[in-house]
Design a protein around this ligand. Structure first.
Ligand SMILES: Nc1ncnc2c1ncn2[C@@H]1O[C@H](COP(=O)(O)OP(=O)(O)OP(=O)(O)O)[C@@H](O)[C@H]1O
Ligand SMILES: [Mg+2]
Length: 426
């Protein structure tokens, strides 16, 4: 089991449902995972499976429908705004079950008319129990929503206290070994850092970068303005400090200070992505959620952006959640990989483990889609298609995410779990 202090982000039973009319789209449906400090966590799956929605929910663009997000040990999510959708969804589930039971009752009664009264009484009793359960679930959801919103409202203040305590501890440790001018300088830096910490917002410590991160930005803004925007939002006004910061991050992403006064349309796709990364890292985040940051780029440029992210990870101690369609992109870059299918995590494991011992048929199908560099091999490559209804019978025994060996999780039911264990020789 991972140490809690090593965990930067923890996502617990996260659900993000979208409602249109009475229909509920379960875009993210009970997803749990954690990301350790300093690692790259890959999230893969086909279009529409809920990767972006997961990322957006984590960074608080939406309140989750249910579940929690913990960042640096603090709960940063509230289900308050998700409550109406959750209640609608619970009612839908109830009504669906009721319809099925009604149909079953009708069938049984036709076969066995003498028992009609007894069957009806049994049905009524069950419905009564289900109604009670529904009421209890709604009550619980309301309590959770309230609790989470209270906890979320405190997270900024708690984070500042934590940061200040960390800075003070570091300063006290350093000051034991310093004296004279060096101590004075250290003290000045400490005081400056404490001022920043007093205004810091935990939510800026997570940044998301997109496929074309500056496409949505006002084209009349210069690169300098684009990068400095976040600093200004943080309340930093010192123009000299801002300029220095802008030049520093331009350098970090492999651009030069002369680029600062140009406009985004003057740059190539790869350079625009670098500007997007600069804009994210200027806020000194701990976590970057990179949502398919390279899928729109030429293959030759893709590797450069991956290398840049890898460099920044080492230099800045960044943790990265990397979202991609296919496994080939995340293979070398990720420490661990989660595979998503229709709102669910179906498999999660260390990168090497996932490639050596894939278990879920959907993971196997994704692996079979990776092209080989060897043309002979490529000619004989067999694509495996995933057909969920053919693969699984979940009518009686329902699946859940289970740990099959340390760190390797798989979504399956009891029968499949035994089968997968045999496959692994366990
Ligand atoms: N704001 C929204 N309102 C309503 N439905 C949404 C919203 N955002 C996403 N969805 C729906 O949620 C589901 C998951 O979408 P999402 O964008 O998260 O998938 P994705 O895995 O990122 O796909 P892609 O690889 O194409 O980017 C889809 O059915 C989508 O239509
Ligand atoms: Mg997406």
């Amino acid at each position: 089991m991972e140490e809690e202090s090593d965990v930067l982000l923890r996502v617990n039973h996260l659900k993000q449902y979208f409602r249109s009319g009475d229909y509920i789209n379960k875009a993210v449906d009970d997803v749990s995972f954690y990301i350790k400090k300093g690692e790259v966590f890959g999230l893969v799956g086909e279009s529409g499976c809920g990767k972006t929605t997961t990322g957006r929910t984590i960074i608080n663009l939406y309140d989750p429908t249910e579940g929690d997000v913990y960042f640096q040990g603090l709960r940063i999510s509230s289900t308050q705004n998700g409550l109406p959708v959750l209640i609608r969804s619970l009612k839908n589930d109830f009504e669906e079950k009721q319809r099925q039971m009604k149909a079953a009752l009708k069938e049984k009664t036709e076969k066995n008319p003498a028992q009609a009264a007894a069957l009806k009484a049994e049905y009524d009793q069950k419905i009564k129990e289900m109604r009670k359960e529904l009421k209890e679930k709604i009550r619980q959801a309301r309590t959770n929503a309230l609790e989470s919103s209270v906890e979320k409202s405190k997270c900024v203040e708690k984070y500042r206290e934590k940061r200040k305590a960390e800075l003070t501890a570091a300063f006290e440790a350093d000051s034991k070994t310093l004296s004279g001018q060096a101590l004075e300088e250290r003290k000045a830096r400490y005081e400056q850092d404490m001022k920043v910490a007093a205004k810091d917002n935990i939510m800026t410590k997570m940044q998301m970068i997109f496929q074309d991160p500056i496409a949505s930005i006002n084209p009349r803004m210069t690169v300098r303005e684009i990068i400095a925007e976040g600093l200004k939002i943080r309340g930093i006004k010192d123009e000299k400090y801002i300029d220095e910061k802008v030049y520093e991050v331009l350098d970090l992403v492999g651009l030069v200070r002369e680029h600062a006064d140009r406009y985004p349309h003057e740059f190539s796709g790869g350079q625009r992505q670098r500007i997007g990364i600069a804009r994210a890292i200027v806020l000194e985040p701990d976590l970057i959620i990179a949502d398919e940051p390279i899928s729109a780029l030429d293959v030759s440029i893709q590797a450069q952006v991956i290398n840049l992210l890898n460099d920044l990870r080492n230099k800045m101690g960044l943790t990265i959640m990397f979202i991609a369609h296919n496994l080939s992109v995340v293979k070398y870059f990720s420490d661990r990989i989660g595979v998503m299918y229709y709102g669910k995590l179906v498999e999660l494991a260390d990168s090497d483990e996932l490639f050596e011992h894939p278990l879920h048929p959907y993971t196997k199908s994704l692996l079979s889609a990776i092209p080989y560099p060897d043309p002979h091999h490529e000619k004989h490559r067999q694509r495996i298609e995933y057909k969920p209804l053919k693969e699984h019978d979940y009518s009686v025994n329902k699946p859940s995410l289970r740990e099959i060996k340390p760190g390797h999780f798989i979504n399956c039911n009891d029968e499949e779990f035994e089968r997968y264990k045999k496959e692994l020789g366990l």
